[in-house]
Ligand binder design. Structure first.
Ligand code: ADP
Length: 495
C-alpha cells in the first residue's frame, strides 16, 4: 500500500515528545514490511538538511483568505520505500520553537501554521504524483486533514484515499476562536456540534475525529479511558459514537535507538545476560548529577514537566521517601512550578537529589541505563515510552496503572511469575509513597530484583508488532471485503 503520513514532529529531525518517536519509527517499520511511505513534516529552522536532500522547485502557492503562502518542498530518501517530504515556509517555520516561543507561550498563528502544513502535505503528495491508499494523520496539528480530503480534494485522485487519524494525546486539541473559520476559509456548514465546533470554538482535533474513516490511539487501555467523561476532555460522547471505528494500538520502541547492548550514549554496554555494564552506567550517572555513590537505589525521571505526568503527587511522596538512603535524578523540561518543586527537594536533600532542566537526548539514555527504578506516576498516559525504554534497560518502572502504563507493566506482587514493575492505583501522594516503599523492598531482595529486571529486558515492544496491527487496519479500510473476519485491534468498551 501507499501511505502518506503527516506529523508535526518526526525523529530525528524534530521532537517535543512521544509523537516524534512514533512518527520516526512507525513509517520505517511499515516500509520494512513492504509498504511505500511518504512522511510529510514541517521544515523547522533548526533542522540540519540531511544528506541528499533534494529541493523540488518551484514552490507551490496555496491560497488562504489571509494571503497566498508558498510551500517549498524538499525530499529526502531515508530508506528503501521511505521518503520524507519537508515542507518549508520561513515565515511559519523558521522560528525558535515548534509550537511555542522560548517563554512557553503558544505562537498566535498556530492555526495558520498547521492548517498550511496539512494542506501543503496533501498538495505536495499530489504534486509528486504520489497517490496514497491511506493518509495517516496525527494529533490536532493535522486535524483538518480528513475534512480537507473529503471536501477540498473531492474529485481528485487523493480523494479515493482512506483516512486514519491517531490520537497521541486527547488533551491537546488545537482550540481556536471562531474567527479562525473566516481566517482559514473554512465552510460555515461544518461549524456545528456534529462538526468541528466545540463550545463556540474551532477544534482541530475534533475535525479529525469526525471526518477520518478510522481512529486509533496509542494503547488499548487509553482507547477505553477516552470514552469516559473523566478522560474524554469533552469528546468522550463523540468517541463513544465512533467506538466501532476506534482502535487501541500500542506504540513500539525503536529497538535500535534504545538498545543497552549497542547504545553509543553509554559509558558501558550491557544485556540481560551480562548486567555489569549497568553498574558502570550507574556510577557515571551519579557523578554526572554530582551525587555520591550509595548502596541504596537510584530513582530516575525523564519527562516533560507537565500536570499530566503526576508530579503533584510525586513530589510530596518523594519528600517522604528521601528520608531513606536513596538517590533521585531528574531530567525534565516544562512548567516552572514543577522545577520549583524539585528544587525544594534538592534544597532539603542536596546530597541525594540531582536535577537537570532542559531537553537532552544523550542524558536521557544515561538516566534510563544508570537508574535502578524509573518513576512514572502519570495522571493519564496515552501510551508512554519511557516505561518501555526502562524495561529494555533493566530499570524497573514504578508507574500508576493508567493508559499505556497499565497495558505494558505487570505488577511484581500481583503476578509473581510475570511481574516486570511496580504499579499503584489511586492518584494520591500516599499511594505513590507506598509504591516507592515497595521498590525499596524489592531492592533489598537482590535475587528477586534480578529476576524482575531480566523479565523486563525480555519483553518485546518492537515496532514490527505494532506496524502489523496498523497494516491490518489499513487493509480493512482499503479492501473491507478481504479483511472480513480478520482480527483487528479493538478498543475495549467503556465501562
Ligand atoms: P510524552 O509524549 O507525553 O511527552 P512519552 O513517554 O510518550 O511522553 O514520550 C516522551 C519522549 O520524550 C521520550 O522519548 C522521552 O525520553 C523524551 N523526553 C521527555 N523529556 C525529555 C528531556 N527533558 N530530555 C530528553 N528527552 C526527553
Amino acid at each position: 500500500m501507499k501511505i502518506l503520513f503527516l506529523s508535526s514532529e518526526v525523529v530525528p529531525y524534530s521532537k517535543t515528545g512521544g509523537l516524534a518517536d512514533v512518527a520516526g519509527a512507525l513509517p520505517a517499520a511499515l516500509a520494512e514490511i513492504g509498504h511505500e511511505l511518504l512522511v510529510a513534516t514541517p521544515r523547522y529552522g533548526h533542522i540540519q538538511p540531511p544528506d541528499g536532500l533534494e529541493a523540488l522547485d518551484p514552490p507551490l502557492t496555496l491560497r488562504f483568505p489571509f494571503g497566498p503562502q508558498a510551500a517549498h518542498y524538499a525530499l529526502h530518501g531515508r530508506a528503501p520505500n521511505l521518503r520524507v517530504l519537508f515542507i518549508g515556509n520561513d515565515a511559519f517555520f523558521a522560528r525558535p520553537g515548534i509550537y511555542n516561543d522560548p517563554s512557553g507561550s503558544d505562537f498566535p498563528d498556530n492555526h495558520r501554521r498547521f492548517a498550511f502544513f496539512t494542506l501543503a502535505a496533501l498538495s505536495g503528495a499530489q504534486h509528486l504524483g504520489f497517490v496514497p491508499d491511506i493518509v495517516h494523520f496525527n494529533d490536532w496539528q493535522t486535524g483538518l486533514g480528513p475534512l480537507a480530503l473529503r471536501r477540498g480534494y473531492a474529485g481528485t485522485a487523493l480523494a479515493r484515499a482512506k483516512s486514519v487519524f491517531t490520537i497521541h494525546n486527547l488533551a491537546y486539541q488545537g482550540l481556536f476562536p471562531k474567527r479562525v473559520m473566516e481566517d482559514l476559509g473554512l465552510p460555515w456548514d461544518v461549524f456545528t456540534p456534529e462538526g468541528l465546533e466545540f463550545y463556540d470554538h474551532v477544534n482541530f482535533l475534533k475535525a479529525g475525529l469526525v471526518w477520518a474513516d478510522a481512529l486509533t490511539t496509542v494503547s488499548p487501555r487509553y482507547a477505553q479511558e477516552i470514552q469516559t467523561p473523566e478522560a474524554g476532555y469533552g469528546l468522550d460522547g463523540l468517541l463513544r459514537r465512533r467506538t466501532g471505528d476506534l482502535h487501541g494500538i500500542l506504540n513500539g520502541i525503536d529497538a535500535r535507538e534504545w538498545n543497552p547492548a549497542e547504545d553509543p550514549y553509554l559509558p558501558a554496554r550491557y544485556d540481560q545476560d551480562a548486567l555489569d555494564g549497568k553498574a558502570t552506567c550507574r556510577r557515571e550517572l551519579l557523578s554526572r548529577f554530582g551525587l555520591t555513590t550509595t548502596d541504596g537505589p537510584v530513582f530516575g525521571i525523564v519527562s516533560r514537566l507537565a500536570g499530566q505526568k503526576g508530579f503533584d503527587i510525586l513530589i510530596p511522596a518523594l519528600e517522604h521517601a528521601l528520608g531513606e538512603d536513596i538517590r533521585l535524578v531528574v531530567l525534565g523540561s516544562g512548567e516552572a512550578r514543577y522545577e520549583a518543586g524539585f528544587r525544594a527537594l534538592q534544597q532539603h536533600h542536596p546530597d541525594k537529589v540531582g536535577l537537570r532542566f532542559g531537553f537532552d537526548v544523550a542524558l536521557s539514555h544515561l538516566v534510563e541505563a544508570g537508574a535502578d527504578f524509573f518513576l512514572m506516576p502519570s495522571l493519564y498516559e496515552p501510551c508512554g515510552l519511557n516505561q518501555l525504554y526502562s524495561l529494555r534497560y533493566g530499570t524497573v518502572p514504578v508507574v500508576r496503572a493508567v493508559g499505556g502504563l497499565d497495558d505494558t507493566v505487570v505488577d511484581v506482587d500481583a503476578d509473581l511469575a510475570h511481574g516486570t514493575g511496580i504499579k499503584f492505583g489511586p492518584y494520591d501522594a500516599g499511594a505513590a509513597a507506598h509504591a516507592i516503599g515497595r521498590a525499596l523492598e524489592l531492592w533489598r531482595d537482590p535475587p528477586r530484583l534480578r529476576a524482575v529486571r531480566r523479565r523486563g529486558m525480555h519483553q518485546d515492544f518492537s515496532w514490527t508488532r505494532s506496524a502489523r496491527a496498523y497494516e491490518a487496519l489499513y487493509r480493512s479500510l482499503v479492501r473491507p471485503e478481504s479483511a472480513a473476519g480478520q482480527q483487528l485491534p479493538a478498543a475495549r468498551k467503556a465501562q
